[in-house]
Design a protein around this ligand. Structure first.
Ligand SMILES: [Zn+2]
Length: 848
C-alpha cells in the first residue's frame, strides 16, 4: 500500500513537471533584450560568493539579485550535496539523493544566473552542534576545498547564509559553514596555507564577509526592529527586470522551485523586498547602500582596461534591438582589445562571455546528437553535427581533429542564413570507464567524498562524456566552441528531449533487494539480473558469498545474450546454523574478464537523466532470533519498510490504511503503527482510539513508532497519555544503557544486550517522549555527547490484559539496513503479549 501511495505521488509529480518545463539541456536561445543585458554584464567586474551547507539553504532572492540586478559573477558554494535529506519524489536516498540535489541546484542556478560549487563534505545526517559536525567531516579537507574555490573564483565579497556565532541554534552543518567561511577568508590570502595549490593558483584576499541575516535570526520581527543596525546593509531586492518580464522575487521562486525532491515549490511575490547583510570583517563598505562600494568593479580594475570600458559603453549606447547584428563589428573590436590585455583572470572570463554574445547575436545553433542513450567501450557511433547560422554574417568552421572523432569534412563554410549537417563517427576507446559521478567512484567515508584529482574540486559534475571541438571564424576572429554530444529523441508527449549520453559496462549485474533477512534455516531465493549491453556468446554467473552460507546452484551458464537483453537467475541461499551477517555479490565471468558493476538510472523530467555505476552488493543477515508473534496488523503511516521486516522474521502481516482498520483486532498478536501515522492521518487515528483501547484491554500488544511532536496532543497517542518532544539522539554509536534488563521486552524471547546496539546507522532515534503516564516503564537510556540522558526512546506499559509500547528508536532505518539487534528488539516487541512461547511454526521449529 505504501508502494501505491508513493507511485501515485510520483505519477502526479511526473504530470506536473512534464507540463511545467524541461531541464537545462533543452536549447534556449536568448532574445534581443536578453542579449542586450548580457552585453551590459560585460561591464561589471565584481564577484560574490554565497556560502552555506546544503542544497536549499541558499537565498535564491539574493543570488538572483546579485546576478541580474548587480550583474556580478555570483556563485553558491554548498558544502554538501544534501545526501542526508528526505526525498519527496521517489525512492532514492543517500548518494543517489545527493546526485538529484546536485542537479536541482544546477537547474536553480540556470534560472537565477549563478554558478554552483561543492566541497567534499558529505551530508551525513542531522547534527546538533558544529563540534559534532567537525568530528565527522575532515575539517582540513573541507577548508582546503573552500580555499581552492576562493583562489580560483576570486570573490570580492563573501556572504554567509548562517551565523557563525551561535552554535547549537541550528543544524551543526549550518553553523560550521559560516565558521569555516570566516577562517578561509584569511587562509586563502595566506601563502603558507595549502601551498601546493599555489603551483597553479595565486593567493586571494576577498574584501569583506557578510552574514545574510533576517528577523528570523533575531527570534522575532520586534526584536529585529529594535536591534542596532549600524553594521547592517539594507538591499532592495524586489527589482523588476523588463528584459525578462519577471521580478527578482519571481525568478527566485522559480529557482527555489527546482528543489523538487525537497518539496520546495515556491510562489513568486512582487513589490519591495529587503535583504539584510551584516558586515563581519574586511573593509567596511564606503556606501552602505552598495555591498561592492570601495571595490573597483569596472574595467579600470584591469591594467589597460579603460579603453575596453569606453568601447563597451558605446556598444551599449548604440545597440539596435531590431538589428542586433549591427553591433558585430564593434563587438569583434572589443574582443581584440580584451585579448590584448595582460591580466588573465578577467580576460578569460569576459572573452568567454563575449564569444557567447557574438554567437547569440548571429543566432548560431550548434548541436551534436546521437540516437542512443548508452553505449559500451569500443563501440563506434554515428554523431549528427548540426550547425545553423541565422544571421547576415559569414562563418568559416573548422572541426578540430581528434582521435576519438572521424568527420566527413573538417572545414566548412557556414555562410549567412545557411545550415548544414555533418556526419561524424565517435570511436569510443576499447578501454573506457562507465559514466558515473566523479566523486562517487571511490568509496566515501561517513563524512567525506574521496577523489584524487584536486582540479575537480568544487565542480558539480564533469559534464558531457564526449564533445565535438570546433573553431568558428568570423571576420578573422576565431571563436572556440565545444559542442557536447547528447542523446536526442522525440517523445510523443514531451516533444524534443535532450539527455546526457552515458557509457555503460559491457555486462551489468544487479541483485533484486539490498538486504535479505533469514529468519530460520530454510533457504531463500535471491534473484540476480544480468544485462548484456553488448552481445555475449558464453560466460558464467556466480554469487559470491560469506563463509558458511550455502548457495545452489554454484553457477549458471550464460549463452547467446543479445545486445540489450536482460536475464534473471535465482540462487537458493541457505544461512549457517548460527547468527551471521555478510555480503553477497553477483559476478559474471567471460573468458578472462569479470563483471560485477550495476547501473542505476535516475530519471526525472526536471533534471537531466543521471547514471550511477557501482559494484553490486546485497546484505544477507541471519539475526538468530525467536519470534513468537504469528499474526501482526500493520497500520500504515507516512511510509516505511517495517512491515516487510516483520514478515522477514516469520510473522504473517496484514497491512491497513488508518481508515480501513477492521473493527475486531483480537486475532492479531500485535498491532504495529507505522512512522508518523498520528501526524499524517490525525483524524483516522483519532477515530481508531476506542478500537485500540479495547484491543489492548483484552490482551493485545500495541506498538507505536515515532511521530513528530508537531500539533500532537498527549491524548492522541493510544490509550495512555504520552508527551512528545524534539529530543533525539543523532549519534548512531551513542552508548545505550539498558535500564530494565529483567523486563520481558529486554529478555524474552530474545535476551537483548549492549551488543544489539552495535552497527546501527545514521541515528538512534528521534522525537522521544519526555513525559508519560505512570503506567509506563522507561526501558533504555541514551544521550548524545555533552547532553543529559534521555529515557524516552522505548517505554512500555501494561494496560488491562495487554501492553502498550511507544518507541522513537529509528527501527525504520535500522531494519532495512539489516541491523541484527534491531530485528531482535522488534521480535521482542511484537512477541510481548504472546503467552505460550516459543510456538512452533509450520517448519516445526520456532527457535531460529
Ligand atoms: Zn540546511
Amino acid at each position: 500500500m505504501k508502494k501505491n501511495f508513493i507511485t501515485s505521488i510520483i505519477a502526479l509529480l511526473f504530470l506536473s513537471t512534464a507540463v511545467a518545463q524541461e531541464n537545462r539541456l533543452a536549447h534556449k536561445q536568448p532574445n534581443t533584450a536578453e542579449i542586450y543585458h548580457n552585453i551590459e554584464k560585460l561591464g561589471f567586474l565584481g564577484t560574490a560568493l554565497f556560502i552555506a551547507a546544503h542544497p536549499d539553504d541558499e537565498n535564491t532572492r539574493l543570488i538572483s539579485w546579485l546576478a541580474n540586478d548587480k550583474m556580478a559573477r555570483t556563485a553558491y558554494l554548498s558544502l554538501t550535496r544534501g545526501d542526508g535529506g528526505q526525498n519527496l519524489i521517489g525512492p532514492q536516498l543517500r548518494e543517489q539523493l545527493g546526485m538529484i540535489r546536485t542537479q536541482e541546484l544546477l537547474e536553480a542556478r540556470n534560472i537565477d544566473g549563478g554558478q554552483q560549487f561543492f566541497t567534499r563534505a558529505n551530508d551525513f545526517g542531522y547534527s546538533k552542534h558544529p563540534d559534532e559536525t567537525l568530528e565527522i567531516w575532515d575539517e582540513q579537507a573541507v577548508m582546503e576545498d573552500m580555499v581552492r574555490i576562493i583562489r580560483e573564483f576570486k570573490p570580492d565579497v563573501v556572504i554567509n547564509r548562517f551565523n557563525h556565532r551561535t552554535p547549537g541554534t541550528t543544524h551543526g552543518h549550518h553553523t560550521t559553514s559560516a565558521m569555516l567561511s570566516m577562517k578561509v577568508f584569511d587562509l586563502a590570502a595566506n601563502k603558507n596555507s595549502y601551498p601546493n595549490q599555489l603551483e597553479n593558483l595565486d593567493t586571494w584576499q576577498a574584501q569583506r564577509v557578510f552574514f545574510n541575516t533576517s528577523w528570523w535570526f533575531y527570534g522575532s520581527q520586534e526584536a529585529f526592529d529594535a536591534a542596532d543596525k549600524t553594521n547592517l546593509l539594507e538591499i532592495e531586492a524586489g527589482t523588476y527586470y523588463p528584459y525578462k518580464g519577471l521580478s527578482n522575487s519571481e525568478i527566485a521562486a522559480l529557482s527555489r522551485s527546482q528543489h523538487k525532491s525537497q518539496g520546495f515549490g515556491s510562489t513568486g511575490s512582487r513589490g519591495s523586498q529587503t535583504e539584510y547583510l551584516e558586515f563581519l570583517k574586511g573593509s567596511f563598505p564606503s556606501d552602505k547602500s552598495d555591498l561592492f562600494s570601495g571595490i573597483n568593479t569596472t574595467w579600470t580594475r584591469v591594467k589597460g582596461g579603460s579603453r575596453v570600458q569606453t568601447l563597451l559603453n558605446s556598444i551599449i549606447a548604440n545597440y539596435n534591438f531590431k538589428k542586433p547584428t549591427e553591433s558585430i563589428p564593434a563587438l569583434l573590436e572589443l574582443r581584440s582589445k580584451i585579448e590584448k590585455l595582460k591580466e588573465d583572470h578577467w580576460k578569460n572570463i569576459k572573452l568567454a562571455e563575449l564569444d557567447q554574445v557574438i554567437l547569440d547575436i548571429t543566432g548560431v545553433y550548434l548541436e551534436a546528437s546521437i540516437n542512443t542513450a548508452t553505449a559500451t567501450a569500443g563501440e563506434n557511433l554515428k554523431v549528427k553535427v548540426e550547425m545553423t547560422n541565422r544571421s547576415n554574417q559569414n562563418y568559416e568552421v573548422t572541426l578540430l581533429p581528434n582521435k576519438l572523432m572521424e568527420v566527413d569534412k573538417s572545414q566548412v563554410s557556414l555562410n549567412a542564413a545557411k545550415s548544414f549537417t555533418l556526419d561524424a563517427t565517435l570511436k569510443i576507446p576499447a578501454v573506457y570507464e562507465a559514466s558515473s559521478p566523479y566523486y562517487l567512484k571511490e568509496k566515501s567515508t561517513l563524512g567525506m567524498y574521496q577523489f584524487k584529482d584536486r582540479t575537480l574540486t568544487g565542480k558539480p559534475e564533469t559534464g558531457a562524456e564526449f564533445v565535438v571541438r570546433t573553431i568558428l571564424k568570423i571576420n578573422n576572429t576565431e571563436l572556440y566552441r565545444e559542442i557536447p554530444i547528447i542523446h536526442k529523441r522525440t517523445d510523443p508527449v514531451r516533444g524534443e528531449v535532450n539527455e546526457p549520453f552515458h557509457i555503460v559496462p559491457e555486462v551489468a549485474v544487479s541483485i533484486e533487494n539490498p538486504v535479505y533477512v533469514f529468519s530460520g534455516n530454510s533457504t531463500q531465493p535471491i534473484q540476480v539480473t544480468v544485462k548484456a549491453n553488448k552481445a555475449l556468446s558464453t560466460g558464467t554467473l556466480e554469487l559470491c558469498h560469506p563463509d558458511g552460507w550455502n548457495i545452489t546452484p554454484r553457477d549458471f551458464n550464460l549463452t547467446e545474450l543479445k545486445k540489450g537483453e536482460e536475464r534473471t537467475f535465482i540462487f537458493n541461499v541457505q544461512p549457517p546454523k548460527n547468527a551471521s551477517r555478510g555480503v553477497v555479490s553477483g559476478l559474471v565471468k567471460i573468458g578472462a574478464k569479470t563483471y560485477s558493476q550495476e547501473v542505476i538510472k535516475i530519471d526525472y523530467d526536471h533534471i537531466p537523466d543521471q547514471q550511477l555505476v557501482r559494484n553490486n552488493e546485497s546484505q544477507v543477515v541471519k539475526p538468530g532470533l525467536v519470534n513468537s508473534a504469528r499474526t501482526v496488523a500493520y497500520i500504515n503511516g507516512a511510509g516505511d519498510d517495517v512491515a516487510q521486516a516483520i514478515e522477514a522474521i516469520g510473522s504473517k502481516v496484514f497491512k491497513f490504511e488508518p481508515s480501513e482498520v477492521p473493527n475486531d483486532l483480537s486475532k492479531y498478536d500485535a498491532v504495529v503503527v507505522g512512522i508518523r501515522a498520528f501526524n499524517v492521518a490525525k483524524e483516522d487515528m483519532a477515530a481508531l482510539q476506542p478500537r485500540l483501547d479495547t484491543y489492548v484491554k483484552n490482551g493485545g500488544t500495541l506498538m507505536m513508532q515515532y511521530n513528530t511532536n508537531r500539533r500532537i496532543s498527549p491524548d492522541a497517542l493510544g490509550p495512555l497519555p504520552i508527551t512528545l518532544s524534539r529530543k533525539r539522539v543523532t549519534d548512531e554509536n551513542a552508548t545505550v544503557t539498558i535500564l530494565k534488563p529483567q523486563h520481558k521486552i529486554m529478555s524474552a524471547p530474545n535476551a537483548i544486550t549492549s551488543k544489539d546496539f552495535e552497527d546501527w546507522v545514521q541515528e538512534r532515534g528521534l522525537y522521544f517522549p519526555t513525559k508519560w503516564d505512570a503506567a509506563f516503564t522507561p526501558i533504555l537510556g541514551m544521550h548524545d555527547k555533552q547532553e543529559e540522558m534521555t529515557t524516552g526512546s522505548l517505554i512500555v506499559a501494561e494496560y488491562g490484559d495487554g501492553h502498550i509500547i511507544y518507541t522513537g528508536l529509528s527501527l525504520f532505518r535500522e531494519l532495512p539496513a539489516g541491523v541484527s539487534g534491531a530485528y531482535k528488539l522488534l521480535a521482542n516487541m511484537i512477541s510481548l503479549g504472546v503467552e505460550n512461547q516459543p510456538i512452533e511454526n509450520k517448519d516445526g521449529q520456532r527457535k531460529l
